[in-house]
Design a protein. Structure first.
Length: 231
């Protein structure tokens, strides 16, 4: 993708993101996005064939940026590849990005019918949360509890993590934990549930784990810019 093409796509995505957060999915039209981005309506459709695919691209670009932040943390400190540390950062990064926060907390006011769209499923699937390949690296280096296989986490891991996102609208007013505190509780829950009592050195597994997340970031970036097919 050329620089001009990419720059134009980013302007459109920036406009779509701004209007989505300002008005919600139901009210935003392609005409309004094109006007704010300073392009013609037909230009938008040169990048994405449908409105739904455009909004998927908004989320995919945010997911790629989130994963880039995750990778930067892992490169700075190999201990960040441990499951509880990765998920702590995942939770914080997602909750600090309004589009991802709306997706993970199922904010109907912002996303409306997009919540039920098949296009949004890859953004909340297990692949983004923790791929089998990444969990296999953890298993191979003794970073999962003895006898725990990657496939054993298919149900409990997303149930726990997405529960921390999903409970947000239901929390009573007296629960006043800050975001960092919530992330700490999530990390402690995962540490006690899935990891050995004493974690071994994470450094030997770090490079492979980082490669996996870098590849996942590329996948989401390609989904955002690579033809608008939402896959």
């Amino acid at each position: 993708m050329g620089a001009d093409h990419r720059g134009r796509a980013d302007r459109i995505l920036d406009a779509a993101k701004e209007l989505l957060l300002r008005w919600g999915y139901r009210r935003v039209t392609i005409d309004e996005i094109a006007k704010l981005a300073g392009v013609g309506k037909g230009t938008v459709y040169l990048h994405w064939r449908t409105r739904e695919q455009l909004f998927f691209a908004v989320g995919a670009r945010e997911a790629a940026a989130m994963l880039d932040a995750v990778v930067a943390g892992m490169r700075a400190n190999p201990d960040e590849i441990a499951l509880h540390r990765y998920m702590r950062r995942f939770f914080l990064e997602a909750m600090r990005r309004p589009v991802l926060r709306a997706i993970f907390t199922r904010d109907a006011e912002t996303l409306d019918k997009f919540l039920a769209s098949p296009a949004r499923q890859p953004l909340v699937g297990a692949k983004l949360l923790a791929s089998r390949e990444y969990l296999g690296v953890l298993e191979g280096h003794g970073l999962l509890r003895d006898g725990l296989r990657p496939e054993d986490l298919d149900y409990p891991l997303p149930t726990i993590v997405f529960g921390f996102f999903g409970i947000e609208p239901l929390l009573p007013a007296e629960v006043t934990l800050g975001l960092e505190e919530k992330a700490d509780v999530l990390a402690d829950t995962l540490r006690r549930t899935f990891e050995p009592e004493r974690l071994p050195d994470c450094a030997p597994a770090a490079e492979r784990a980082i490669e996996i997340f870098e590849g996942l970031s590329r996948d989401f970036r390609d989904a955002a810019y690579g033809g608008g097919n939402g896959t």
